[in-house]
Design a protein around this ligand. Sequence first.
Ligand code: EPU
Length: 420
Amino acid sequence: MSQMEHFIIEGGNQLNGTVHIDGAKNSILPILCTTILAEGDYIFGNVPDLTDVQNLLRTLSYFGITYSFEKHNNILFLSNPGINDEDAPQKVVQKTRMSIMTLGSLLTTRGHAKLSFPGGCAIGTRPVDFHVEALRKMGADILLTDTYIHAHCEGLKGAEIKFLHSTVTGTQNIINAAVRAEGETVIYNAAMEPEIGDQINLLLKMGAKIDGRGTGTLVIEGVKYLAPANWRIIGDRIEAATFAIAVAGTGGEVELKGVNPDHIESILLMLMACGAEIEIKDRSIVVKSSGRLDSTGITTLPFPRFPTDAQAQFMAIMCKAAGISIIEETIFENRFQQVEEFQKMGANITTKGRVATIRGVGELKGATVSATDIRACSALVIAGLIAEGETEVRNLKYLDRGYSKFEEKLTNLGANIKRK
Ligand code: EPU
């Protein structure tokens, strides 16, 4: 089990070759919740084999959904025979925070849901008040206890939803709630992440009426029925960013296939600012680097700006860049947990609130380090790849939630990394 497993990385190898990027974790998760909305059969392509996906599928199975996942070709066959009246048990729901995204679909489809509270996590408290307030505005009666969200409604009604801050899964939950609600819903300050575009494109194919895709204002006219549809999940921009950042740090030349360059433009621009070369081809991105990098400054912000999900990875390579880099994290209040681990590897980083100052040290040294979330884990792997000597990265259960065949892909590019 990955809980006890760790990586042993011998640093110093350049990365060269081609890597195929999997389907986006943050796209398939909301899309799985979308399948609650329409009875029938679905075939999904480019589905990543991740524990988060498996855990959400388990949650859905309690509502009557059945599935079979062909891992070797990333195809998911899913069938919704009609949603039953069951709730998923707490121990299953709590395995993934994204169970919260079933709420909008369940309310609009069957009028009730009881979910255990997703609670906080390592990167921040991660409240769900925006989801709850928006659903209340649409007519849901929601009672919150310490452990449960109890929600009922006599059919959801369209409403004007104004999110105070951009929220990715909040927007996705309300889209799912609104597509079959009675009347018109307008979502202001809707998040614009590409995964939301993927969900909307699928819903349009299923017969939903949604205007404003890719903008901050979505206008949704509820329809009575939706039809199931087959769909291919977009490439995972954060997995692609992770590989691009790794190559910039180790040096070498890697072609990334299966991701839309527009989805990671903010990251590619920062890598160029640090000295990496980027070439956008017809269907791929080539990242080339000598491994010698200049320092820079980044601020994490909602799409299309620099994503919080690539902040820790970027910090890893800034540890060795020439000069002083400043990183500001504006999305989550506790997303610098990798810092202490980088320090064990010789990094010179100080933090003050949400700002980290990194003084490049030229070279990191191998050490034993532990991950606290998905992205911190991939960042520690990058640090191990660029460090001198051996690095042990612990807590791979986090990595396996968001990256599929990570070490296999890195090994194919020339890295010396083993899972033990
Ligand atoms: N927020 C609230 N109340 C809410 C919802 C959000 O205060 O009801 C706050 C959050 O605490 C945070 C900010 O708003 O400070 C933005 O949170 P958001 O709701 O956008 O985050 P999320 O939807 O829970 C998704 C991704 C995260 C990613 C963030 C930000 C999925 C499944 N998860 O989370 O992905 O970091 O958006 O882009 O889409 C990851 O993949 O490693 C990951 C953590």
